[in-house]
Design a protein. Sequence first.
Length: 196
Amino acid sequence: MQSVAVEVKVREGKNSFLETNYYRKTVEVAFFLIFIMTFFLIVLLYRLISSLFLVLEHALQLSRKVNLIETEQKESESRSETNHERRKYPRFKVYWPIQFNLIDSYISHDGRVTNISEGGMLVRSSEQMEIGQHLKSKVPFILGSEITTIEMGAQIVWRNGSSGKRRRNYQCVANFLDISPRDKAMLNHLLTSLSQ
């Protein structure tokens, strides 16, 4: 009788050990699943926030574009040198950031592209440039749901003085000179999407 009681206690001890081991493994798996879910939630949240910033930037571009239409109409009268180029390529009003540097300089400058065509672009910047200067530029823009960048070499063909009382705000027209086939195809695709 005593040996039966001892055997029952041993079995209960084994069952208790197995149950403890089972619960420990279950908790480990649960923590692992929680960790994986948390990781994916963080990635998803990051993607949502970055998409929100893209949408906000796009909305800001659209709101500024409306203000630029009136300004562009007034300035188009003074840009007689670009009239032929504008007739040759249709221009599209945009408000995109641009980074550029002059060919003989490594100093990078920021500005805004306010209209663009297959042959060139109008750039607003605090940096004054001279007619004939060559520059390298990068123009990021939103195409679909992605941010894409076009790189091109350009030459300044027109410029005006500073406009704006509080800070320097120069404008220049740059004709595209050097653009890779990939970026040229991307620019053409972009212009096609803007024309629709």
